[in-house]
Design a protein around this ligand. Structure first.
Ligand code: PGA
Ligand code: ZN
Length: 445
């Protein structure tokens, strides 16, 4: 038999034989979907889907049953049925190696602009399980399968060590206070530094008589009077751990401002103020000049485009300004942001859009615009580690997966530790170069 025939027969074994969805529970104990794709040679690909709490209004639809008698209406029986019926009957028989073709087919089969018919949770479960099956079939790691020979860049972790907003009611108005170990020499060292700072933060809180319980993403959730206090506590923890803030580790914020935007004002209830867009920007300018903050995500609300343009004009050369709810991993919204210079970075969450191919396209588009990209988890997570591979596959440069606490958060970081080991001498850790588009970091070299 000639080689091409053997190859053809081998590739035919990648045909999808079966596809099955089931319900599992996420890190908040809510139902979510797990999908298993089986190929004719017996290869299996499995993936599960996360879920947000501070969900943006432009995200693709997460299909829930709304049957109050089960799981407070959060059941996903419809999404499961959509995978096992509509989707399975369409893609069984296709090749698992045709990721882009199948993703396109899924979008077409859904037929709505926001994946409301089949559910973005159903579609993403299939899309990710398919990628897992493809990489397993070829016997190469997922990051290599998706990213090819160039996928060698480990991301900078952004670790949310103090939780507030919708992830820890009663804590701060801002949702996330992150540490960013830009000064580490490699990913393993970045995790060591971050874990040490995390444990020092525990000591700082304990010694001040503050609560040491954790929020949804594993960060501490003390009751504080203002956002500045959270920043000061983290700086004390960095110092206690023997590191230098602004050199070894930097700070990043995700206020998730849409969640406290009411009637045209940014309402910081802990501080007893309601700020206009311009006043909110002044607030950030002051914070950035006082502290080593290098990134602010969702500093303004998802519809406050005028505010975003102003914010970027004022701070866009100094710090990373990240659109999360603003773009919702949606390429049309991203194009608008690029055209208007509304920010200089995008948060990428596969479940905001629903297929892997659309997610990859968003990352690529942002990178060609000279923006930074951050691959992100959701506040409701599972032990699935696909985003770790996705970050390496796309050379994203940055990843957000919560605190170094709670296994659904660590699963992603631990996967990256293994990838770093596997890549050996080929591996790169970007350090400060991850924020290549910022003027401010030049003075921090
Ligand atoms: P979510 O929060 O997963 O609850 O939406 C994460 C974020 O805002 O980045
Ligand atoms: Zn966010």
């Amino acid at each position: 038999m000639v080689t091409s025939q053997i190859l053809k027969m081998r590739l035919e074994m990648a045909t999808i034989e079966d596809i099955k969805a089931r319900q599992i529970l996420d890190s908040r104990g809510n139902p979510t979907i797990e999908v298993e794709v089986v190929l004719v040679d017996g290869t299996i690909g499995v993936a599960s889907v996360p879920s947000g709490a501070s969900t943006g209004k432009y995200e693709a639809v997460e299909l829930r049953d709304n049957d109050k008698s089960r799981y407070n209406g959060l059941g996903i029986l419809k999404a499961i049925s959509n995978v096992n019926n509509d989707i399975a009957s369409t893609i069984v028989g296709m090749s698992a190696l045709e990721q882009a073709v199948i993703d396109h087919k899924l979008v077409e089969l859904d037929g709505t602009a926001n994946k409301a018919r089949l559910g973005a949770n159903a579609i993403l479960g299939v899309s990710l399980a398919l990628a897992q099956a493809g990489s397993n079939f070829l016997g190469i790691p997922l990051y290599r399968y998706l990213g090819g020979a160039e996928a060698n860049l480990l991301p900078i972790p952004m670790l949310n060590i103090l939780n507030g907003g919708k992830h820890a009611l009663g804590s701060t108005d801002f949702q996330e206070f992150m540490i960013v170990p830009l000064g580490a020499a490699n990913f393993a060292q970045a995790m060591q530094m971050s874990s040490e700072v995390y444990h020092c933060l525990y000591k700082v809180l304990r010694d001040k008589g503050l609560n040491t319980n954790v929020g949804d993403e594993g960060g501490f959730a003390p009751r504080l009077s203002c956002n500045k206090e959270a920043v000061e506590l983290i700086l004390a923890a960095i110092d206690l751990a023997g590191y230098k803030a602004g050199e070894d580790l930097f700070l990043a914020l995700d206020p998730a401002a849409s969640s406290f935007y009411q009637d045209g004002k940014y309402v910081l209830s802990r501080e007893g103020v309601a700020l206009s867009s311009v006043e909110m920007i002044d607030y950030y300018v002051k914070l950035v000049s006082d502290y080593p903050i290098i990134s602010i995500e969702d500093g303004l609300a998802e519809d406050d485009w005028a505010g975003w343009l102003l914010l970027t004009a004022r701070l866009g050369r100094e710090i990373q300004l990240v659109g999360d709810d603003l773009y919702a991993t949606n390429i049309e919204r991203l194009e608008k942001g690029i055209a208007q210079k509304a920010s200089n970075s995008i948060l990428v969450k596969p479940n905001q859009i629903g297929t892997l191919s659309e997610t990859l396209a968003v990352v690529k588009r942002a990178q060609t615009a000279g923006w930074t990209t951050i691959i992100s988890h959701r506040s409701g997570e599972t032990e699935d580690t696909t985003i770790a591979d996705l970050a390496v596959a796309t050379n994203a440069g940055l990843i957000k997966s919560g605190a170094p606490c709670r296994s659904e958060r660590l699963a992603k970081y631990n996967r990256l530790l293994k990838i770093e080991e596997e890549l050996g001498t080929a591996v790169r850790y970007p350090g400060k170069a991850a924020l290549y588009n910022l003027e401010r970091l030049k003075s921090w070299k």
